[in-house]
Design a protein around this ligand. Structure first.
Ligand code: AN7
Length: 355
């Protein structure tokens, strides 16, 4: 009897170890992250008259792209003898840090902005045993505090200013290139603290140098209109958007995002909350459940199409950064209520208008 094929190495450190800063002695703290699907979108492709592929990063172990960078950041922290990590977060980084720190047996402290973290993310950080502090302030203030904690106290900072985070996250670009056989023409994604666009651009450039792809994509990043410091060219003191994950007024990797956009021939732009919500609904209608911030890239792509900026027939990769289950409150607030009925098939059929 033929055995099932043994799958290749699991987790981004094992799969891409030749392209990451790890050695034989680096412990591998992994939850088998990465290897996420690149889903073809019929609906978006016909809308924008191009080939649109969705990189569904919500299918990582903790439900967001953050796991790619966290596996490496936590593994390196452990290798360096650190016993505690700290991060500021709009939610997903803290969920991921909490899970990987738990796996490594490390202490994890997280600082989150009070009242602006989606329920699922908060639940994750708490369940994995992180020490969670809701600060009376926003993400940018939390980020300053964690910087001080890591400079003055024995905490390893695992925000994306930690260089291993960006290194790990670049592997998503490798996977897109593997799946398409080359880089896309356009790469579209949300931008918050700007670590991820920095990482994708690095990943695409390395894939190009390694001759995995003969071309490079133009990189398009989208901030929410009320939290768009890079577009404005100045810090936004009181950032506001329904997409709490990207409610950031002073991104740590600002220059990385500008570099990705300008050197690739792309752009950083804003999308309105209304457009983000529309894009979120559209994705749900084709079976893809994301959190609001993740829909910002799609919203941006649709806006580009309206402006005539999507070349017909081009290949487009669109990153969906986090899972819809992260934010059940938002999902429920816009969806219809379930109907309460008697346990009677006739009653149910009558309500369905199918009797
Ligand atoms: C779903 O968790 O900043 O531009 O602290 O959770 O790399 O910051 C999250 C960011 C996009 C933006 N989509 O990525 C955090 C945090 C989702 C996110 C972003 C985030 P970056």
């Amino acid at each position: 009897m033929r055995k099932l094929d043994v799958a290749g190495p699991r987790g981004i450190i094992r799969r891409y170890r030749d392209h990451l800063p790890v050695g034989d002695d680096t412990p591998v703290v992994t939850l088998d992250e990465g290897d996420t699907p690149l889903i073809f979108s019929e609906r978006l492709s016909s809308k924008v008259e191009a080939e649109v592929w969705l990189k569904y990063e919500g299918l990582n172990p903790t439900g967001s792209f953050k796991d790619r960078g966290m596996t490496l950041a936590i593994s390196k922290a452990l290798e360096e003898g650190s016993q505690a990590v700290v991060c500021a977060s709009t939610g997903n980084t803290s969920a991921s840090a909490a899970a990987y720190a738990a796996r490594a047996g490390m202490v994890c402290a997280v600082l989150i902005p009070e009242g602006n973290v989606a329920l699922g993310k908060l639940a994750q950080a708490l369940v994995h045993g992180a020490k969670v502090f809701e600060i009376e302030g926003n993400f940018d203030q939390a980020q300053k505090l964690t910087q001080q904690m890591s400079e003055q106290h024995p905490f390893t900072l695992v925000n994306s200013v930690n260089p291993y985070r960006v290194e790990g996250q670049k592997t998503a670009a490798f996977e897109v290139v593997e799946a398409l056989g080359r880089a896309p023409d356009l790469h579209v994604m949300p931008v918050g603290n700007a670590g991820n666009i920095t990482a994708y651009w690095r990943g695409y450039r390395e894939a190009h140098e390694l001759t995995w792809s003969s071309s490079l994509p133009a990189m398009f990043g989208f901030q929410a209109e009320g939290a768009n410091p890079i577009v404005r060219g100045e810090i936004v003191q009181d950032p506001k958007t329904v997409a709490t994950a990207i409610r950031i007024g002073n991104p740590a990797s600002w220059s990385g995002a500008v570099d990705a956009a300008t050197s690739s021939g792309g752009r950083i732009s804003s999308v309105r909350d209304k457009e983000i919500i529309e894009a979120y609904k559209g994705l749900a209608e084709e079976g893809v459940f994301v959190e609001l911030a993740s829909a910002a890239g799609v919203a941006g792509l649709l806006e580009m199409h309206r402006a005539g900026a999507v070349p017909a027939g081009s290949t487009i990769a669109c990153v969906l950064t986090g899972h819809g289950l992260k934010d059940p409150d938002w999902a429920m607030s816009t969806a219809p209520r379930p109907r309460k009925v008697e346990a009677d098939i006739e009653v149910i059929l009558a309500q369905l208008d199918m009797a």
